[in-house]
Design a protein around this ligand. Structure first.
Ligand code: UT7
Length: 334
């Protein structure tokens, strides 16, 4: 049984991060050849210049595994020491077994339980929340939280309003006990199922199992009401940020780096302006990776750590938003 360090000068925090991205690049110029769009439209409306796309033979678990291995290496933790593996994804390798179970096997994490969680682009916020609760309660010593998606698999490359937005990738963090002057400071999570109609994939579940008709009518691709989703994102992320700051008794001046979900540069800038933040205190990866769903925050966090944009002892504020609708934010001292 793991020792519960809470009350003994320890609490849950992030021990290490990792990420993995496909090599293949899909540029705006490539998309101009596929749909009626332009580099100029995509850059001004979204901030995206290119995104990464997995090879046909690859699957989500391939990238989840790599990101997980890199997070373990950065934390200095062995796979056998893990008690739990969670993978948040909307593009699992298959409906079951879970992608987390596939990763658990390939990692050799012989003592870990494993399951997938689904909170769309907010998955890393939900995963960290659960991992923190498991570690703080003493139920788990080390939890590997992975967010991984190959959104290219459910993107309709005949729909210009969505196909320019998405890319593939994975990010991960190892959660365990850290000295109590570090670690997770506060969480806020939200959900509003009434907004589910703005961003969803109709086919492939129990409501609409795959059929010749469902494939022909393109029901196995994601559908989005862009403007509704945009408004929802700005509103919900703003609320979440304010909640985590007040719960952690912080103000924006105490935050060293904002790590937002990378869906649209205009959404990120709306949040940044609302918080009166200098651009130097915001992590941007949207230009090169597009929207990689739940993995966008852990990829951005991992790159921020590697690039020295945030240092041990500093406060990162992560905030995400996605289908559900779901949203959430986390303040963490690294
Ligand atoms: O991670 C999950 C959360 N997802 C999001 O947060 C996405 C949120 N939404 C958005 O980022 C934006 O709404 C989009 C980038 C999806 C769309 O930008 P917009 O400024 O809201 O554009 P719009 O949908 O209002 O479309 C404006 C025009 C339309 O033409 P008309 O009707 O004005 O003639 C569209 O048909 O732009 C047209 N359009 C395009 N034109 C060139 C839409 N997509 C494209 C395109 N290339 N790819």
């Amino acid at each position: 049984m793991a020792q519960n360090g809470v009350g003994f000068g320890m609490r849950a925090g992030i021990l290490g991060t990792g990420s993995a991205l496909p090599k293949k690049v899909l540029t705006n110029q490539d998309l101009e050849k596929i749909v009626d769009t332009s580099d100029e439209w995509i850059v001004t409306r979204t901030g995206i210049r290119e995104r990464r796309i997995a090879e046909a033979a690859e699957a989500t678990s391939d990238y989840a595994l790599l990101a997980g291995q890199r997070a373990l290496a950065s934390a200095g933790i062995q796979a056998e020491d893990l008690d739990m593996i969670m993978v948040s994804t909307v593009t699992p390798d298959m409906l079951f077994p879970s992608t987390a179970s596939l990763v658990q096997d390939r990692l050799g994490a012989t003592h870990a339980a494993a399951f997938d969680l689904e909170a769309a682009c907010t998955g890393f916020m939900y995963g960290d929340f659960l991992a923190s609760a498991l570690v703080n309660s003493g139920q788990c010593r080390y939890v590997l939280v992975i967010s991984a998606d190959l959104l290219s698999r459910i993107t309709d490359y005949e729909d210009r309003s969505t196909c320019v937005l998405f890319g593939d990738g994975a990010g991960a963090a190892v959660v365990g006990l850290v000295p109590e002057d570090k670690g997770f400071l506060s969480f806020h999570l939200g959900s509003d199922g009434a907004g589910g109609k703005f961003l969803y994939m109709p086919g492939g579940g129990s409501r609409m199992p795959a059929s010749e008709e469902s494939v022909k009518s393109r029901q196995h691709f994601l559908k989005m009401e862009g403007q509704e989703t945009f408004k929802y994102a700005v509103r919900a992320m703003g609320v979440s940020v304010e909640r985590v700051l007040s719960d952690a008794h912080l103000d924006m001046a105490d935050v060293d780096l904002l790590v937002p979900h990378q869906a649209n540069i205009r959404i990120i800038e709306a949040i940044r302006n609302r918080l009166h933040l200098d651009p130097a205190k915001v992590m941007y990866t949207i230009e090169k990776y597009g929207n990689t769903s739940a993995s966008s925050i852990p990829i951005a966090l991992d790159e921020a750590v590697k690039q020295g944009k945030v240092h041990p002892g500093q406060v990162a504020l992560m905030v995400g938003f996605g289908a559900g609708m779901t949203w959430g934010a986390i303040a963490v001292r690294l």
